[in-house]
Unconditional design. Structure first.
Length: 76
């Protein structure tokens, strides 16, 4: 298995999108924090060459960022 470069890029993009959306609320902030933590864990797993874990954590980061974005958007 190789490093999940595409999943990492997707997760970073989703986090950037969510963080740039206007508005803020505790639930969205919590999702965003969770996404950033999962992305850090994915990066650490890549450093350890644990690519399956990195893949799962990158997908988790993207999901959490998407939750943050939809939570921000639904509060308007």
């Amino acid at each position: 298995m190789k490093p999940p470069a595409q999943q990492m890029a997707d997760a970073r993009s989703a986090i950037k999108t969510a963080s740039e959306l206007p508005g803020s609320n505790p639930k969205a902030d919590a999702y965003l924090k969770s996404a950033e933590k999962a992305l850090e864990e994915a990066a650490e797993a890549i450093r350890q060459e644990r690519y399956e874990r990195a893949h799962m954590k990158a997908l988790e980061a993207k999901r959490e960022a998407q939750r943050a974005a939809s939570t921000k958007q639904s509060k308007h």
